[in-house]
Design a protein around this ligand. Structure first.
Ligand SMILES: NC(=O)C1=CN([C@@H]2O[C@H](COP(=O)(O)OP(=O)(O)OC[C@H]3O[C@@H](n4cnc5c(N)ncnc54)[C@H](OP(=O)(O)O)[C@@H]3O)[C@@H](O)[C@H]2O)C=CC1
Ligand SMILES: N[C@@H](CC(=O)OP(=O)(O)O)C(=O)O
Length: 393
């Protein structure tokens, strides 16, 4: 395998953001897949330059300063999960300093730039290869909801079957980051503590429990809602990411959508290599993005308007054959409640797609439900796979 890497100028891979939540999942996956056997890793830190690098380090055993442009410039590839602020600060300086290496990034900052490709190779390898052939250098991971959705139902897009799609998402706390997960659990704990004595008493009245839970939710301290701003435990939040306001035209971001909802349409089309703006050429994708009290799996209910009435069995076969991670779940109660949940999927590479059925509107209307681990396929995995593609280019 060593020979595979020699077409790169070298194999020095700078890793930034490796100890964060996304970064830790990334490092675990790289370790599991033997990626460190193929690269010379250099670990960077924004907070602990000079500290000890993690066990995967080889020659460079101390942490480099992640803001040191000269040190970063030595890398053939920089793989960052440090976040958008870091990208905004460092990436322009690095390019301005003449760095021509490959930049692989989990943050959304550069995603929609013309010179950036949103990487999800099981879905868009031809788009990636085409960009590579043209000298592309910027490889950005997609929005977690979009990546997980396309890993599940990408087959329908590849077959040109989708006239439009609408998604209703059920997004986990982890999408906001580690502090959001902690806050969710703290809220659950607070609510449980409030009614624990009543729960322990089988004769207690459920409506009294409900009343006390609601009273507690409505009086959570500011400290218990620092990240979400409102209660999430036992509730939901029907808005994710920024408010884009009301655009005047459908061509503009806005139109009353949240930024997360805008990403659904813009990124799906960009990943598929069919343009990213709102206009007549792209496949309309729109819906509602909702935060729920799950830990790290995003789920979504999808409605497709197909271009033609394809038999359900053919659709199931097409989806099942698309990639090695997608699993069609039979549309039964038993299979759905067992295999099509965040608890079943968390920590796995599986992307189950179930509840597949034709809808009452007609044979060309398809319903589906899919779940994905938003830290794996939603964040880390497309990045490490892009590194592999570069190593083998
Ligand atoms: N969370 C998500 O679901 C997704 C996130 N992303 C992108 O990835 C970026 C990183 O997200 P995420 O991994 O959640 O961010 P984290 O907050 O977990 O980590 C980001 C950085 O914070 C620093 N840090 C400070 N304190 C700690 C600590 N106690 N433990 C670990 N790291 C610490 C680390 O930098 P240092 O070592 O230099 O101090 C770390 O690399 C996001 O900003 C986003 O752009 C993309 C897709 C999904
Ligand atoms: N916005 C997603 C997380 C994510 O992937 O964000 P981004 O598109 O900025 O990478 C969420 O909150 O669930």
């Amino acid at each position: 395998m060593k020979g595979d890497i020699m077409k790169l100028k070298g194999n020095l891979t700078g890793l930034v953001g490796w100890r964060g939540m996304v970064g830790s999942v990334l490092i675990d996956r790289m370790q599991a897949e033997g990626d460190f056997d193929l690269i010379e890793p250099v670990f960077f830190s924004t907070s602990n330059a000079g500290g000890k690098a993690p066990a995967q380090a080889k020659n460079e055993t101390t942490l480099k300063d992640a803001f040191d442009i000269e040190a970063l410039k030595k890398c053939d590839v920089i793989l960052t999960a440090q976040g958008g602020d870091y990208t905004s600060e460092v990436y322009p300086k690095l390019r301005a300093a003449g760095w021509t290496g490959h930049w692989i990034d989990a943050a959304s900052t550069l995603r929609m730039n013309d010179d950036a490709i949103i990487v999800l190779d099981p879905v868009n390898l031809p788009v990636i290869q085409n960009a590579l052939a043209k000298g592309g250098k910027n490889w950005i991971g997609g929005n977690c909801t979009v990546s997980c959705m396309l890993m599940g139902v990408g087959a329908l897009y590849k077959a040109g079957l989708v006239e439009w799609m609408t998604s209703m998402t059920y997004q986990a706390a982890s999408g906001g980051g580690a502090q959001h997960m902690r806050e969710l659990l703290t809220q659950y704990g607070t609510l449980n503590a409030e009614v624990r004595a009543l729960l322990d008493d089988p004769k207690s009245a459920i409506l009294e429990i409900d009343r006390r839970v609601l009273a507690k939710q409505q009086s959570l301290s500011a400290a218990e809602m620092t990240n979400f701003g409102v209660p999430l435990g036992g509730s939901l939040i029907p808005w994710i990411d920024k408010d884009l306001g009301i655009g005047k035209n459908r061509d503009e971001p806005g139109w009353g959508m949240s930024k997360e909802e805008w990403k659904g349409g813009a990124e799906t089309n960009k990943i598929l290599g069919q343009g990213a703006s709102f206009g007549t050429a792209e496949t309309p994708v729109d819906g509602f993005c909702v935060r729920i009290g799950a830990m790290r799996c995003h789920s979504q209910a999808l409605t497709f308007k197909l271009k033609k009435d394809v038999p359900l069995a053919d659709i199931e076969a097409m989806i099942a054959a698309d990639n090695e991670w997608v699993k069609v779940v039979p549309n039964t109660r038993e299979a759905s409640i067992t295999d099509l949940t965040p608890v079943a999927v968390t920590g796995t590479m599986n992307i189950p797609v179930g509840r597949l059925r034709k809808l009452a509107m007609g044979g060309d209307y398809l319903g589906a439900f899919t779940v994905g681990d938003q830290l794996l396929w939603g964040a880390a995995e497309p990045l490490r796979r892009m590194l592999r593609i570069l190593l083998q280019a």
